[in-house]
Design a protein around this ligand. Structure first.
Ligand SMILES: [Zn+2]
Length: 154
């Protein structure tokens, strides 16, 4: 135990001696000063950035906490793949957007204004409410796209 401590002390002595020697040279002092300046600038900059971000966030929080949700589009987007898989049709990007566009044309548009944190429960609510209509229109649109797909035209 005692031996180890002595050894550690010796190493620490060596280290501190080395530092002292470096500090006495001019270049070391200049470097340290420059580093301090840089550090101060970096701290100042990050503080300014933080203040800016906070301001922007609070601006966004007050009037823009409400969002417009395109309920029908969101629900069609969430369900389109399920019905396309059910029909065992092509699920390439072109066919997918075609099915979405066709069903959305036939479904009533539904826009809702809500707070951001209310979006998810609202979508759950409307999902149950419009489940039947969405299912019918997605199946119809899917069959139509299956019969006359546009993906070959790319
Ligand atoms: Zn396709």
């Amino acid at each position: 135990m005692a031996k180890k401590t002595n050894k550690t002390d010796h190493v620490l002595n060596l280290l501190s001696t080395g530092e002292e020697m470096a500090d006495t040279t001019n270049s070391a002092v200049v470097t340290t000063e420059e580093a301090n300046h840089e550090l101060a600038d970096a701290i100042k900059e990050s503080l300014e950035q933080e203040a800016g971000v906070e301001q922007e966030e609070s601006l966004m929080k007050t009037p823009k906490n409400y969002v417009v949700i395109n309920v029908m589009e969101q629900l069609v987007k969430d369900n389109v793949r399920y019905y396309m898989d059910k029909l065992e049709m092509c699920t390439c990007p072109r066919c997918t957007v075609d099915v979405m566009a066709l069903s959305l044309t036939r479904l009533d548009a539904k826009y809702v204004v809500a707070k951001k944190e209310e979006v998810s429960p609202l979508l759950n609510y409307y999902s149950r409410k419009y489940e039947g209509n969405i299912s019918i229109e997605l199946m119809k649109a899917g069959r139509q796209v299956m019969e006359t797909p546009h993906h070959a035209d790319n």
